[in-house]
Design a protein around this ligand. Structure first.
Ligand code: NAP
Length: 189
């Protein structure tokens, strides 16, 4: 498969990229990767898909959010998550579904705080919840057999063995669609 991995140079991206060596992987980041593109820019995303043809899968392991105690949160902090994690991933799907090969797949990233938040996590939690909801809804309308799933990991340090990489392989190689794959939720809290 030809796979675009956005955020391949990050903590999660490195683990995923290392596990997909048998595939043709194209890594993407703002400052790192085979192709440099900032996915918070719609123009950059459009250019990215125009540059690379014949893509079977897009994996996104990129996206920032800002959080603090609720009383200290302001609009700017909530907007970080929307502008740097939620909209870029929605836009990757909207733009990319026109370019992806038939029966291709998108695998987005959210996080445990979307479903099991702790105090001080509102700035992360709402973004992760929105990404999960987007995936469940949008997966039903993907064209040409393209599938859309989301990995919702716990902290990388709480994830055991090959749990993470197995989840990505499942999203790439099985028929699952519209699923939230929860990783490491029960390992530690
Ligand atoms: N690490 C965890 O324990 C954990 C747990 C649950 C959920 N998550 C979620 O998983 C995602 C990745 O986390 P991480 O810890 O692996 O992050 P990270 O180590 O900071 O890595 C993020 C990667 O994404 C790239 N990136 C960031 N923004 C980008 C953009 N706008 N356009 C293109 N590339 C971009 C970065 O490369 P450049 O700097 O070159 O752009 C970097 O390679 C985040 O959304 C995080 O909330 C992480």
């Amino acid at each position: 498969m030809k796979i675009l991995i956005v955020g391949a140079g990050g903590a999660i991206g490195k683990i995923v990229t290392a596990a997909l060596k048998e595939h043709e992987v194209i890594t993407v980041g703002r400052n790192t990767g085979t192709i440099m593109a900032d996915i918070s820019s719609e123009t950059a995303v459009e250019n990215l898909f125009k540059q690379v043809s014949n893509i079977d899968a897009v994996i996104c392991t990129a996206g920032d959010s800002a959080t603090d105690n609720l009383s200290a949160m302001n609009k700017a902090q909530f907007m970080v998550g929307i502008q740097q994690k939620l909209w870029p991933q929605i836009n990757l799907v909207l733009a990319g579904m026109q370019y992806l090969n038939d029966n291709g797949s998108f695998t987005l990233i959210s996080g445990k705080m979307g479903e099991l938040p702790v105090k001080g996590s509102s700035g992360k939690a709402f973004v992760n919840g929105a990404i999960n909801s987007f995936v469940m809804a949008a997966a039903q309308e993907m064209p040409r057999g393209i599938r859309l799933n989301v990995i919702s990991p716990s902290k990388v340090s709480d994830i055991g063995g090959d749990e993470l990489t197995e989840a990505y392989v499942r999203c790439l190689e099985t028929a699952i669609n519209g699923k939230i794959i929860r990783i490491g939720y029960n390992n530690k809290r």
